[in-house]
Design a protein around this ligand. Sequence first.
Ligand code: 5AD
Ligand code: SF4
Length: 530
Amino acid sequence: MYKKEICHFVIFFFNIVSLRLTAKWQALYLTRNDPYRYTRTINFMEEKVIDEKRQGESLVLEQKLEQKNGNQRKLFIESYGCQMNFSDSEIVASILAEQGYNTTENLEEADLVLINTCSIRDKAEQTVRKRLEKYNAVKKINPKMKVGVLGCMAERLKRKFLEEEKIVDMVVGPDAYKDLPNLLKEVEEGRDAVNVILSKDETYGDISPVRLGGHGVTAFVSITRGCDNMCTFCVVPFTRGRERSRDPKSIINEVNDLVEKGYKEITLLGQNVDSYLWYGGGLKKDYKNASEIQKATATNFAQLLEMTAEAQPGMRIRFSTSNPQDMTEDVLHSMAKYDNICNYIHLPAQSGSTRILKEMNRQYTREEYFELIDRVRKIIPDCAISQDIITGFSTETEADHLDTLSLMNYVKYDFGFMFMYSERPGTPAARKLDDDVPAEIKKRRLIEIVDLQRVHSAYRTQQFVGKTLEVLIEKESHKSNEQWSGRTQHNTVAVFNKEHFKVGDFVMVKIEDCTSASLIGEAIDYSENN
Ligand code: 5AD
Ligand code: SF4
């Protein structure tokens, strides 16, 4: 157990997959398409076991047809944490399909169980530990079953997993998935297998990922790996290494392939997509040493966006996550220029106080954040914006907290992801700063920002009532089997009667009503995009 039991909160706006009240104040919200697919809990009263639908979902191949004929062995793979992890699990399943494994939803019949882990907050790590206990019980019935830990917890806890949690046979870091065939051989020969080496150039650009657990409509395409930002609270630069970008050709090939398979929307994915820079391979930080020709032919994020938008004009394009200091005006102009690039930006603020932003090593001030918001509103007047905010970071005072509330009032975000600060071992903040805001104060501030976000979310959805918007149908509404659920370009969920439409259709929907989280409307006709 780490020092603090954390509790993180969210107001969100789209695809509520699971909502179950298990105690007076407890709710779990999970979203499928948000950039950071963390468990969302509101839990003021007591610690409860939380029913998670999406976090830790066993991921199986989206189209049964993708199951490779002749594959005899069964892979059970579970993912936790951010969308990057879910995307990585697709790469892993693709590599293992070549090794004779097809996915299964049934833990008991698995030959190999993999858990793709997240370290970003203590809570995520605790969940994984509980799952390992469950695997342990199953392994007693099926001793031949092998268990591997993948992802962000691998590097930090490799020794602990292999030595203390004896059920783990294999520990594989985020840059070592191509080594899985060798590691599996080691395991089959009775040895523990570990590879947590972080790479300078691994982007998995040459692996064509299979798609796991979706509806065949939306997909994630990873474009960068790692992060160089070194926000003091964040463990990502340590678990996922330095930032590198993927060859634009392989990105476009993957997008073209998705179109052929019938996908209608992609999200370009990375810890910091606006910092994307392809100059022939290698770390972003080494760009300064690149040759003149490499620099002259380099591709930046705005260019990549335009290439993607032009390659597939019928495909909706999103991207996540944007860091304020890297979001250039070029990107905004590209968004404004192409109709198929969605007018939506996930733009984490983390705090509204310049002093706290400095302590966090975020590379912008409150004023610069406002200037960026003004620029977005000027260039793309109807752009939806969402946030990540952390409450109770080291040294945060009441005045800093009020600055965060006033920043929110300025932006009026469409939705957001809000968390209590969870100190992570080994981060600059853990080494240099005291985690000195008491848990009750963190919680109270969190409640205040969540409440304010709720007001802003309701304000934003209300603006859409009376308008006719294009909605991409993703699936049946979880509330009624007579309704479809889809999203507008602003990433807002809309539900409406099914009529003759089907999953994957772009439909014009007249919005008649709303909640603070979704729009309710009536389908008018197909959109021109169909
Ligand atoms: N504690 C709480 N929240 C964190 N995040 C990242 N690290 C921490 C931490 N140590 C949040 C940030 C980030 C989002 C993905 O998770 O808001 O943008
Ligand atoms: Fe972590 Fe900051 Fe990088 Fe995001 S930008 S992954 S918060 S270090």
